[in-house]
Design a protein around this ligand. Structure first.
Ligand SMILES: [Zn+2]
Ligand SMILES: [Zn+2]
Length: 438
C-alpha cells in the first residue's frame, strides 16, 4: 500500500479553558502529541507538520453573526483554532500534501450561524469557517461534511441547513439520550435543500460492527451519489467505548477503518474526552489510515472492556439504515412536496440554549423559496442571560443569489429597522463577502 502525504496541524490552546477541571482541556491534545512522537510519526517522510494560521474576522463573518459582535465573544485561541483548520485546507489545496488533519481546540461543531455565546464547548464553527474559506479562495462548489462525533453537529447543520451544495451527514448517539438533544431523521434541510442534511441517530451501545454497517450501506453510497468536490470529516472521538460523556462502543480500530473508508480530504478534530485511554490511540489510528499506512497494530491496552453489540441495537441500526436509504432515494419527491406546501416562504421558530453561558435564545428564521437561487434568509433573534437582553434582525444573502433576492434581503432589513423592534440590524452578504451593520 503506497503511503499518501499527510499534513498535521496541532494547537492545544494552553491559555483557553471553560474551567480548570473541565473535560474539554489541553491534555486532550498533549497525550496524543506524546503518542505521535513516541511512534515516530513526525519523522516519517509522508507526514508534514504545519503551524496553524490566525483566522481573520472576515473568515469568521462568512459564517457567523455575533451579537453584539464576535470580538466580544471569542478569544485569540478561537482565531488560532479556526486558523488551524484553514492551514490544513491550504496545505491540501496547494497540493503540498494529499490530505490533512487539524488537531486543534477549541472545537466548533455546536456553534450556529448566530452566536450569542458558547454552547457545547463551541463558540465559532471551525469546519464551517474552513468550508466558506475553501469556497471563497479556491472556488470549491460541492462540499460534504461527515460529522463522526458522538454528539449531533447541530451548529454545522444550522449553518448549512438551507444550502443545497453542502451535504451534512452526522451520525451520533440518539438525541433522546444525549446532548444536544437534536439530530433526528426529520431534520433533512429546508425545502430548497432537502436531503442535504442527513442525520443518523444511533442507539447507545453501537459498536464497530454497527457503525460500519451504517458506513457501508448508507454513508458511502450517499457520498458516492452526491459527488462532492471535497470531503471534510468533523472527527470527534467521543464514540469511543471509554468516553466519559457518552455511551457508545467504538474502538480505535473502528475509527481507523472509518477514516480509511471515508477518504476525507481534511479532518478537523472535534470532541473526545477519554484523554488517556482513547484519544492517543484513536488519533494515531486516524493519522495512519489517512496516510494509508498500516494501522492494524493500534490497539487500546484495555480493549477487553469494550462491550459487544446487543441484538436489539443491531435491529435498530438496520431499521435506521433502511429508513435513511429510502429518504435519500425519494428526496426529489420530498422536496417538491415541501415546496408546494410552504409556498414562497418557509419558516421555523426555535429555542436555542447556550449551556456554557446560561443563555436562552429565541429565533425565527424565514427562507425565501426562490425558483432562481437558494433564496435569502432572514433571522430574528433575541437572547436572555446574565448579561441581560440582546436582539438582532439579520438577512443572509447566499452565494449566487439572484438579483431579486439580493434586493429583497436589504429591503427586509431596512423595513425591520424602521419598525425598530431589535437592537441591531445586519446583512451577511456572501456575494460581496462582507457583513454589513445597517
Ligand atoms: Zn462530542
Ligand atoms: Zn433568488
Amino acid at each position: 500500500m503506497a503511503s499518501q502525504k499527510l499534513g498535521l496541524v496541532f494547537f492545544p490552546a494552553f491559555d483557553w479553558a471553560i474551567s480548570p477541571a473541565h473535560p474539554e482541556r489541553e491534555e486532550r491534545l498533549l497525550y496524543t502529541r506524546d503518542q505521535i512522537v513516541e511512534e515516530g510519526l513526525l519523522d516519517m517522510p509522508c507526514i508534514r507538520e504545519y503551524k496553524p494560521q490566525i483566522a481573520q474576522y472576515k473568515d469568521l463573518e462568512r459564517v457567523h453573526i455575533g451579537v453584539p459582535d464576535l470580538s466580544s465573544l471569542i478569544t485569540d485561541a478561537h482565531l488560532v483554532s479556526a486558523g488551524g483548520a484553514i492551514a490544513a485546507a491550504d496545505a491540501v489545496m496547494r497540493r503540498e500534501v494529499d490530505r490533512a488533519f487539524a488537531l486543534v481546540r477549541p472545537p466548533g461543531h455546536h456553534a450556529m450561524r448566530v452566536v450569542h455565546g458558547t454552547r457545547g464547548f463551541c463558540t465559532i464553527n471551525i469546519e464551517a469557517i474552513m468550508v466558506e474559506y475553501l469556497r471563497k479562495n479556491y472556488g470549491i462548489g460541492k462540499v460534504a461534511i461527515v460529522d463522526t462525533d458522538v454528539h449531533h453537529g447541530d451548529g454545522t447543520q444550522d449553518v448549512f441547513y438551507h444550502d443545497p451544495n453542502t451535504l451534512f451527514i452526522s451520525f451520533h448517539q440518539d438525541g433522546r439520550t444525549l446532548y444536544p438533544g437534536t439530530g433526528f431523521t426529520n431534520e433533512m434541510g429546508s425545502p430548497n435543500a432537502i436531503g442535504t442534511t442527513l442525520n443518523i441517530p444511533l442507539p447507545p451501545g453501537t459498536t464497530d460492527a454497527g457503525l460500519h454497517e451504517v458506513l457501508d450501506h448508507l454513508i458511502l453510497p450517499v457520498l458516492n451519489d452526491f459527488k462532492p468536490d471535497i470531503i471534510i470529516n468533523s472527527a470527534g472521538q467521543d464514540n469511543h467505548y471509554s468516553d466519559p460523556l457518552a455511551n457508545m462502543a467504538i474502538t480505535a480500530q473502528g475509527y481507523a477503518r472509518l477514516a480509511d473508508k471515508l477518504k476525507a480530504d481534511i479532518a478537523v478534530l472535534e470532541g473526545g474526552y477519554s484523554i488517556e485511554n482513547a484519544l492517543p490511540y484513536v488519533n494515531v489510528g486516524i493519522i495512519l489510515a489517512m496516510a494509508r499506512m498500516d494501522y492494524s497494530k493500534v490497539i487500546e491496552p484495555d480493549i477487553a472492556t469494550c462491550p459487544v453489540q446487543s441484538s436489539a441495537v443491531t435491529r435498530s441500526i438496520s431499521a435506521i439504515i433502511k429508513e435513511r436509504q429510502n429518504m435519500w432515494a425519494t428526496k426529489e419527491k420530498l422536496q417538491q412536496e415541501a415546496i408546494a406546501k410552504a409556498g414562497d416562504f418557509w419558516q421555523r421558530g426555535r429555542n436555542i440554549y447556550y449551556d456554557d453561558a446560561g443563555i436562552d435564545e429565541r429565533q425565527k428564521e424565514v427562507v425565501r423559496l426562490c425558483p432562481h437561487c437558494s433564496g435569502y434568509v432572514t433571522i430574528e433573534t433575541e437572547a436572555y442571560g446574565m448579561f441581560g437582553y440582546k436582539s438582532a434582525y439579520i438577512a443572509t444573502i447566499p452565494n449566487q443569489a439572484c438579483p431579486t433576492c439580493q434586493k429583497a434581503a436589504y429591503d427586509a432589513v431596512y423595513k425591520a429597522k424602521k419598525q425598530g423592534k431589535q437592537q441591531l440590524y445586519f446583512v451577511q452578504n456572501k456575494m460581496e463577502d462582507r457583513l454589513e451593520i445597517l
